[in-house]
Design a protein around this ligand. Structure first.
Ligand code: HEC
Length: 130
């Protein structure tokens, strides 16, 4: 009887350790549960707009200062909190018409954001909020 109990206990602890190894996040229970929101890829409409209007600067091969603030090339790697934060800023900059920058506006009059673009971007930004 004792032996069986011991074997049961041993196999249970082996199973438990396997669980720890293969599912460390759940076992430790930190990040995933705290950070309930998931990071989201850019929807097509947003991607098309930022490619045309923002990624001359806000991309890996863009402007150093700009990509330090928002880099659409690595958007998918931002965690959900950062994405929400940046999306809010993006809506604000667009609404104030302070992005794209003045010089870019002058050089690209055919690519300026329309009111419909701005509305679409802010709707997206608001939908990212929890
Ligand atoms: C000509 C280059 C250029 C283009 C095009 C451009 N930006 Fe920027 N952007 C910058 C630079 C440089 C900065 C950093 C300096 C600053 O904050 O003014 C910046 C900063 C920002 C910031 C951070 C502002 C803050 O307060 O920290 C946001 C958000 C932003 N841009 C959004 C956009 C969006 C959205 C677009 C497209 C609609 C866009 N930008 C297009 C150059 C650009």
């Amino acid at each position: 009887m004792k032996k069986i109990a011991l074997i049961t206990l041993l196999s249970l602890s082996v199973l438990f350790s396997i669980g720890l190894v293969f599912n460390p996040h759940k076992a430790i229970g930190s990040k995933e549960t705290r950070n309930a929101g998931k990071s989201m890829p850019l929807p097509d409409s947003v991607l098309q707009f930022v490619k045309k209007t923002c990624m001359d600067c806000h991309a890996d091969d863009g402007n150093f200062m700009a990509k330090g603030k928002v880099n659409f090339s690595v958007w998918d790697k931002y965690d959900s909190e950062k994405q929400q934060d940046k999306a809010k800023q993006i809506c604000k900059e667009l609404t104030k018409k302070s992005m794209p920058t003045g010089k870019w506006r002058k050089n690209n009059p055919d690519k300026l954001p329309t009111q419909a673009d701005i509305d679409m971007m802010c709707r997206w930004a608001n939908n990212l909020q929890n």
